[in-house]
Design a protein around this ligand. Sequence first.
Ligand code: ADP
Length: 408
Amino acid sequence: MPDTHIIDKIAILKQTFDGLTDDELSDLAKLTHLTSYPEGHILCREGAFEEVFYIVADGQAVITKKISDHESERVLRNAGPGDFVGEMALIQNAPRAATVRAVTECTVLEMGKSDFESMLRRSPRMALSIIRTTLSRMRANDQMAIQDLQRTNKLLRVLDRNKLEFIQVAAHELRTPLTVLKGYVNVMKSLPQMKDNAAIAEIMDGINKGAERMHEIVNMMLDVTRIDNDTLRIVPSPVPIRSVVNEVVHDFSKGFAERNIAASVEHAEDTPMINADPTLVQKALYHLIMNAIKYTPDGGQITIRTRPVKMERDRPGVEVSIKDTGIGLDSEHQELIFEKFYQVGSVALHSSSKTAFKGGGPGLGLAIARGVARAHGGKIWVESAGHDETHFPGSTFYLQLPLNPPAA
Ligand code: ADP
């Protein structure tokens, strides 16, 4: 460790600040005092309100920042002789944004907050030098954060792809034995011995229903892989959207009745036909209406409306809205629910019924509905005053589709 008496303050200050006059340098030297700290000493502690500005005269320090609770501290940079640290919190009157730790024995020039501020007022050259250095450090930090984000995004894309490949393989692997199972059930049902046995017929029905539901989920898995692989091709034809809505609502008659939910459909008279893929539009509506039933308590009300709308850039389109009197959705989930597998809260309540109240599903319905909307150049979103299982504020899902899908 150098003897602090023989460290030349002026030489260090010259190295730190460009273009200061001799008078400024000697003023500055008078306001600083040299102190030595052992290795491991913390000069600045992230989050603390501290009032000292440091210039490293000898030794090395490291500047680190805590990024999250799950990660250890991230090294932002190292500081050696001529580098200053601790200026940001003093200028901003804010807690320290990072921790500075001596990694060797360190000798520093220290300056208190009031002297630092009066020096900044007296010496525009020093102020400018600090601004320049601080800005270039901030840019370097930005650059580091951007690279971090790019790396993380790349990793997430790879993980997502792996997940998708797994879903695809699992769906294909499940489809064959399911088809075999359903085939055998049909064969068994047609056997004469089975026909007169009500108990066995009921069991067969149960097996069949379970297999149907599994088939439906396997198909949803395949739909979602197509959507995510961008291989969802639409085959447009004229679609009478009002009739499609009526049919889907009709298909859920049993669900509405079982759950004592009143469904009403209101079509604006001028709701036009659209050019769209009828199977996909039907799928999107199916998931939206099924969810409305699932997340509405018994005795609730679901209103489905259609109307013509002007979409962005004045494109004509239709809107289908599905309004329920269900549990509602907090704003923090309103975008995320359209991601595959995203479910709000815990999914303890899994049920074999598609329409049981809060019966958990695979978390794919809305991802499919959004994929359908996007493939048609349309959009989908939800509005809700929030989640409340006492007052049931409800949610309204909107699906807008243009009259003509974009050219492939
Ligand atoms: P799931 O198979 O879980 O129903 P979805 O993709 O269809 O998957 O929906 C994702 C999540 O969005 C659901 O788990 C639920 O939390 C929420 N959600 C969907 N529709 C509604 C609704 N009408 N009211 C309240 N929450 C809803």
